[in-house]
Design a protein around this ligand. Structure first.
Ligand code: BEZ
Length: 208
């Protein structure tokens, strides 16, 4: 730990049974950015709130291939999806804006280093950690986050880092501590003041 996937590795090309049918992971990713996240169990409270939040954020995550990994059977994942939609105040259908992979053996959890060696379930088996891999368009992991099962993730933070990854891949910039998109913070725009030094460090924004 953390994770069997390191920065610079190529994401494995596994075949998996999901709530949206059989997928080949690299085909699923295509040439877009992808997010693979695990959750410990279906029909558990923290996981339900996480998947509910991930579903609510579908418009913000548009054009990013998201998929979550479960130890539970596809039938259970589909039934649980109804609960998640109901929790979100939506029609209780089996459809979520991302598929759920059923990892029955659990080969993928082992391959991807997602089992927590410390935390054990009632059968004394390692519990699945809450892992997030953001995989870049070149199918190489750009970021990994790992939390224990007892701590839910912050999907706004995942969105923030994905936005930063896309920005820093396009432009020669780095985003600082607690960075938030300037466009969202400063709705009237940010301007660069030309200075004798040529350094572009004064960036005023109109009074909100
Ligand atoms: C939960 O989602 O509530 C949960 C799942 C496994 C272990 C601990 C909490």
């Amino acid at each position: 730990m953390p994770g069997g996937q390191l920065l610079g590795d190529v994401a494995p090309n596994f075949e998996a049974n999901t709530t949206a049918g059989c997928i080949h992971f690299q085909d699923f990713l295509g040439n877009s950015l992808g997010i693979l996240f695990s959750h410990p169990r279906d029909f558990t409270p923290v996981c339900a709130t996480e998947l509910g939040r991930a579903a609510k954020l579908a418009p913000e995550f548009a054009k990013k291939n998201r998929i979550t990994l479960s130890i539970d059977r596809v039938e259970d994942c589909l039934a649980w999806s109804k609960d998640i939609n109901a929790y979100n105040g939506e029609e209780p259908t089996e459809k979520l804006p991302f598929p759920i992979i059923h990892d029955k053996n659990p080969d993928l959890f082992i391959l991807l280093g997602m089992l927590d060696p410390v935390e054990k379930d009632e059968k004394d088996m390692p519990v699945t950690a809450r892992v997030v891999f953001v995989i870049g368009p070149g199918k190489k992991p750009k970021l990994s986050i790992i939390y224990p099962a007892t701590t839910g993730r912050n999907f706004d933070e995942i969105l923030r880092v994905v936005t930063s990854l896309q920005l820093t891949a396009e432009k020669r910039v780095a985003t600082p501590v607690d960075w938030k998109e300037a466009k969202k913070l400063f709705l009237k725009g940010v301007f660069t003041k030309e200075l004798p030094s040529g350094k572009k460090y004064l960036r005023p924004t109109p009074q909100p």
